[in-house]
Design a protein around this ligand. Sequence first.
Ligand code: SF4
Length: 108
Amino acid sequence: MNLGLKQIISNIVKDPSKIVTILDAWVASANPTEEQKNLAEARWNICVGCEHFREKRDVTGDPYCFKCGCNLRKKIFTIKYNECPEKKWEPVDELLWKDTQKQKKSIL
Ligand code: SF4
């Protein structure tokens, strides 16, 4: 099994609430607000320069984070503040995250 997928399964086993976080990110990515798009783009720009960035997962071909295993095209839309496992999103979340909370969309 792909190491990224093993990591994501391990994280969910340790903290089952991660499932909601992941699903919320997928929902937000499907129909993001302008504020969510802006924040996602800023987070993406940090990810592509990160040592944990992987361009293609073997099975799906999606870019992912080797640290947490998440699909980065979805994770960057997470509605949580600075959800990066290395806390590298802090500078852009500090500037942009609050604006995304005005029309927060959640599956719960
Ligand atoms: S989520 Fe964080 S650790 Fe993962 S690739 Fe992006 S910046 Fe790096």
